[in-house]
Design a protein around this ligand. Structure first.
Ligand SMILES: C[S@@+](CC[C@H](N)C(=O)[O-])C[C@H]1O[C@@H](n2cnc3c(N)ncnc32)[C@H](O)[C@@H]1O
Length: 200
């Protein structure tokens, strides 16, 4: 509880940095603090809590709250976030300034550069699957690792790849040789989150 409070308080403090941004970015900042957002991030921490000291790669890390929470719980000790949007890439670095977290500004569906960074005890996280196709899943798998995917049935313009169950996520993972460890749904206020943890 104390660790969660620490992450939320940091997000609120850093949010002041966004006071001069446009209305859409403001909406995003407020959205990051909604019950549904926090609940889904807490769900991720719970389901990943058997891991410790992993090296993470976040695909579209947005404000960077989940990296912060996973680090606070010693689940990850270093991370790279690959984020399309300059503002959020900078924001997430600012939020995670005091541990080994770096942002790369790139489209993960076009990005090949991180393939070389796959090392042992790697955890790949994408809670933004509804925003992109699955091309980024075609990475070379060496060593052992885990992959955590989250998508949603929430229909808005920027959600180009929504799902209505965990089945499409499982199908994509199985077709690329991943082993499914766990799949679950998280019904929230106005939408449902679909989550899968797999290994390779
Ligand atoms: C609204 S946010 C996060 C939504 C997600 N449901 C969550 O709660 O974590 C989606 C983020 O993914 C980023 N994004 C979308 N498509 C991307 C891509 N192809 N490569 C990298 N980042 C991407 C966006 O810039 C944004 O910061």
């Amino acid at each position: 509880m104390e660790k969660l409070a620490n992450s939320i308080s940091r997000l609120i403090q850093i949010s002041e940095w966004g006071l001069n941004v446009d209305e859409a970015t403001h909406r995003h900042l407020r959205h990051g603090l909604t019950y549904s957002q926090l609940h889904s991030k807490i769900g991720a921490v719970k389901h990943l809590s058997n891991l410790s000291d992993y090296h993470a790669i976040f695909m579209g890390q947005w404000h960077g709250m989940l990296p912060h929470m996973l680090h606070e719980h010693n689940i990850i000790k270093s991370a790279i976030g690959i984020e399309l949007d300059h503002f959020w890439a900078n924001f997430s670095e600012k939020l995670n300034y005091d541990w080994d977290f770096k942002s790369i500004i790139a489209d993960v569906t076009q990005c090949k550069t991180w393939e070389g960074n796959i090392q042992n005890n790697i955890l790949i996280v994408n809670t933004s699957c509804e925003h992109m196709n699955y091309d980024w899943l075609n990475f070379k798998k060496s060593q052992l690792g885990y992959i955590y995917l989250q998508s949603t049935d929430f229909q808005i313009d920027t959600h180009i790849n929504t799902v209505t169950s965990t089945d499409p996520l499982i199908k994509e993972l199985l077709s690329r040789g991943f082993k499914i460890e766990e799949a679950w749904t998280l019904p929230l206020e106005v939408y449902t989150r679909y989550c899968v943890l797999a290994s390779w």
